[in-house]
Write a protein that binds this ligand. Sequence first.
Ligand code: PLP
Length: 380
Amino acid sequence: MTQVMTRLNDRAWLELNLSNLRHNVAVLQAAFPDECKLMAVVKANAYGHGAGKIALYLNDLGIDAFAVATIDEAIDLRNQGLKADILILGYTDASRAEELFRYSLTQAVIDYQHAEELAAFNLPIKVQVKVDTGMNRLGQSYQDYDQIANIFSFEHLEVTGIFTHLSVADSLMEADVEFTRKQITRFYSLIEQLKERKIPIPATHIQSSYGILNYPELRCQYARIGIALYGVLSSSNTPTRLQLDLKPVLALKTKVALVKNAKPGEYVGYGRAYQVKKDTTIAIIPIGYADGLPRSLSEQQCDVLINGSRAPIIGRVCMDQHMVDVTDIPHVKRGDIVTLIGKDGTEEIRAEEVAGHADTITNELLSRLSERIERFLTNH
Ligand SMILES: *Cc1c(COP(=O)(O)O)cnc(C)c1O
């Protein structure tokens, strides 16, 4: 009840559907081999959903491994009360070694030198070894076998994992599948070589969301799942080997601020970019690109939902508002709920649809949803 009351006063809000999140966790876990555990990727404010709320809820469900991009994201989660393992996937300067120790965080070491720099602080720091198997982003190359083996030899560094990242796991094109298989083979051969040197092998992980959807058979201790956990795919035109029944966690809603009529020949918005062709009813919607609604949606025939019907965005998306054509929707008035992502009656606008119109992927669309928008937990 208090939530409903708050929403009446709110400009814009995100509804986070916890039963869908719980459902996605169950569906994903059922797709892994038994020994594999879900590492929840909650970087970038849990892809815009709100990292603290999402991580604490997942931890209550029994998820005890989390990944973020930066040390400050990790410290933030500790400060909000998350006690589970947190792996920092991105680079952290060794000058912050003391904080890694104090907050009991796990740092990905991105090459041998990074390990050496962290070890120089003589603190018992947890690390995981990042191996580059072909993406040419972070990680010591799989070919530098000695350097990787040496990362295990520092007295104070506790190596709790070794992992790599696939660069085209989302593609089922033959050449891409071949490339991915090569990355996987490179990783497992490295593991075999380390075993031959009697190095105890810590937890291994390779897959992110598309890794699970296209290579579910890999036997690792973890799968690092981001976008799929939130119930969406990166884009709607990527076929996958597994089709999981994932449900979107997030809905983006706001309310009509003003309704007005325009005559043929009048213009709407900045740059006179849209000219009215027939008598038109316009609704002014109070969120814009500063809230994370991409400006590139201007004139892209992207719709919003009002009273269960679709209304197209007209004119340019502004920083704090945008305009839609509601001529074909009767009786639209101030305060009517507007759904930009989510369901209204039988209509649904999915994040994949909006991201497609904005020429991007849902990962970018969602992770840019601004702090200016309130986040509410719901159970339905
Ligand atoms: C972001 C990220 C993930 C999660 O990717 P999704 O495609 O969202 O599942 C996994 N691993 C690494 C290294 C990442 O940077």
